[in-house]
Design a binder for this molecule. Sequence first.
Ligand SMILES: NC(=O)c1ccc[n+]([C@@H]2O[C@H](COP(=O)([O-])OP(=O)(O)OC[C@H]3O[C@@H](n4cnc5c(N)ncnc54)[C@H](OP(=O)(O)O)[C@@H]3O)[C@@H](O)[C@H]2O)c1
Length: 357
Amino acid sequence: MSLDFLVHRTEPALTRIIERPALEPADGQVVARVEKFAFTANNISYRVTGDSIGYWKFFPVPEEGWGRIPAFGFATVERSRSAALKEGTRFFGYFTTSSHLVMEPEHVSEANFIDHMPHRRDLHAVYNSYSFLGADPAYHPDFEDMQALLRPQYTTSFLIDHFVVSSLFFGARQVLVLSASSKTAIGFAYAQWLRGEGRPDLIGVTSPGNLDFVRRLGCYDRSVSYDALTELDPGVPTLIVDFAGDGQVVATLHRHFADNIRYNCAVGKSHWAAAPVDLPGRKPKFFFAPNHAMQLIGEIGANEFWRRLNAGWSRLRVDAARWIMVETGRGPGDLSELYARLLAGTVPPDRGHMIRL
Ligand SMILES: NC(=O)c1ccc[n+]([C@@H]2O[C@H](COP(=O)([O-])OP(=O)(O)OC[C@H]3O[C@@H](n4cnc5c(N)ncnc54)[C@H](OP(=O)(O)O)[C@@H]3O)[C@@H](O)[C@H]2O)c1
């Protein structure tokens, strides 16, 4: 038997659990057992941008109007009809809220393979690549959950860090990080903090209830809550790195800082329910991490890219135990409950949720 957790594509609160007969691999395919995956605000953003960015296309379902949210995690080959992938092989990558998945391994090397299922062939290569654990220098068995919860996000954090540094912070003297308590924002702040002195002030902006958590992290120079933004000095040239995507907050900042907003890097929409607002001043520019990753690999080569990324990651995964506690949910009931809490924004920032369906 195979189990799928579906969400309605236009009615966020509607979910369904579908039991299907055991999946059968065709020639050249495997059936992967999805062992566990991480589920955070990032997954809610996949749902919100399912149509505009195309995340629904990765794991389509026959039920019209419904979809499966992608999720990073670990899987094992349960049945194989591929000469290249043996039963029992474990790997990390982009899965979904299902117990099993049919995959078609192609370009199989010692390090990784590409899922070449027909519906995925035109989708972004970054998401179609899966890494074998033994050959992945960033993998360590003690940090599997941290890897699922933080490494994909840290890749984005690392890329934003590179982007703002190589753009000389667009001439800003301070960086406002919106939704500072989110894992991707913390990774960015961590990457900045690792650089030491000589960079603009890093100000974490968060909800009043998450302010203490953000202060305790120690990787932001200062922190403020969304309702105190207008107390900041409007004369300071400012760069916004926005993980919240809350139009009202950004409009307040644009009015307050006016031309002193030097750049607004729109990364996420953790405040997914916030209504869109017509913004005054310079328009935000969306930061799509997979495109930046391909660009940087083109510039410095894959080996140097992974060396730099893994240098920061191997420190963060250890340090993260200080501020994140992993909780593992089991079965579709726990996933439904977590999904509802993520939609409502009631998951505390010091929790990282893994699901085993
Ligand atoms: N563009 C890209 O390529 C890319 C790549 C990776 C991630 N992202 C985006 O980065 C964002 C953060 O992802 P993450 O996995 O790091 O998230 P996360 O750790 O789960 O974020 C948790 C934080 O988000 C805010 N939040 C969560 N749900 C909310 C809700 N329903 N209403 C209001 N606030 C809510 C709260 O922060 P505050 O109180 O501090 O606001 C909360 O502490 C997501 O939007 C994700 O899509 C984008």
